[in-house]
Design a protein. Structure first.
Lengths: 199, 199
DNA sequence: TGAATTTCGCTACCCAAGTAGCGAAATGGA
DNA sequence: TCCATTTCGCTACTTGGGTAGCGAAATTCA
């Protein structure tokens, strides 16, 4: 049942997200301006701000929509499954990190990923939404690990979340802090290190 | 030998950093404004910008100065040494993460840490300076690991940098992404997981 | 039909980052 | 002493995120 007043134009959301997506992907976070998004979407800036209270919220909405909800493969080979998962996470990071750079000029910039992390720190609700995205994705991998553990393919005292944080953390650390590339080779080394231990 | 023109007032740098430090610690990144820093330091804003080309550069200078150059303990017990090191890293993160919050209202905000990560992504030179800070600190821990490995206390195929990235990465992941607390207990669990492996 | 309610577009505005340009002050060198 | 050079303070400005307030449009309910 409709609320009381004039209904929202639902096409507006779509047009705004479209325009914002294009700007974010082509020009990066700094090149995404609410003025231009509003202009391209053919609406007033105030209308935009009625739906997304800050640019950070808008950018998160864009990125959340871009997330492909890829499934996790479960072949029973935990080493391989985890490597596959890490590679998918890495691919997502790499897609965002080059956003806004002229082709060929990649630099070490973590770009949009870093800005979204900062956005999460600035607004509590953005942080929660972001955490939901990660959590949903990690939950699948978590079950993968639990199953392997319960079937005796991993040590019984393995804490799935700690293991995941070790793996994903290293990827994010590379992208955000050291700026080194993350590829399948690195994902493999990482999983090997985490599974085999250092002792 | 002095350059040609009017010399820079060296006291200005000190006064600016002082004012910026206080603002950053008390009000957080968003509460640090170049206008107020300049006013408190008793200089014109243009003078500030002649030394630090952006607010991001200034903030990094502040944080870099705050880093305590604590040594790394080497007791020969690699498990304990790494835990100590992780705890020091965590302490540094926790110090920055509460910056700008009224006491008691900690929230999950990663605050200044996240903003600095974004700053590194925005300006290549800020990124390089930041990486230098981390690299210098990590180099010590790296040697610690190498020594343990070469003395047979760790597997011979251990890659020190990968191990460090696993450890530090998980800490940063917690602070920046999941927002969970990092304390000594977590540091211990982390080191145990990395050393013992999951298999 | 009319009243209440909500969205929309518009204009004008505030704030903070960062820049342009100028005259005055402080230095080294001829 | 005079000149080149550089810093400094100042004022004015541009840009982008975000807000206030208003009149018009679109809807529900009586």
């Amino acid at each position: 049942m409709r609320p009381r007043g004039r209904p929202r134009d639902t096409e507006v959301d779509e047009r705004v997200l479209q325009a914002a997506t294009e700007l974010l992907l082509r020009r990066g976070y700094g090149g995404l301006t609410t003025d231009e998004v509003a202009e391209r979407a053919g609406i007033a800036k105030t209308t935009l701000y009625r739906r997304w209270p800050t640019k950070d919220h808008l950018a998160l909405a864009v990125v959340a929509r871009l997330q492909d909800h890829d499934e996790i493969t479960d072949t029973g080979d935990i080493r391989r499954d985890l490597t596959d998962y890490m590679e998918k996470v890495a691919a997502g990071l790499n897609r965002m990190r080059v956003a806004g750079l002229p082709p060929g000029q990649e630099s070490r910039s973590a770009g949009t990923v870093a800005e979204l992390v900062a956005a999460a720190a600035r607004h509590d609700d953005v942080g929660e939404l972001e955490r939901d995205v990660y959590a949903r994705r990690n939950a699948l991998a978590c079950r993968l690990i639990e199953r392997a553990r319960d079937e005796g393919r991993l040590r019984p005292d393995v804490d799935p979340m700690t293991l995941l944080e070790q793996l994903a953390g290293a990827l994010y650390y590379r992208v955000l802090i050291t700026g080194n590339p993350v590829d399948r080779a690195y994902a493999g080394r990482l999983v090997a290190a985490a599974l085999d231990g250092a002792l």
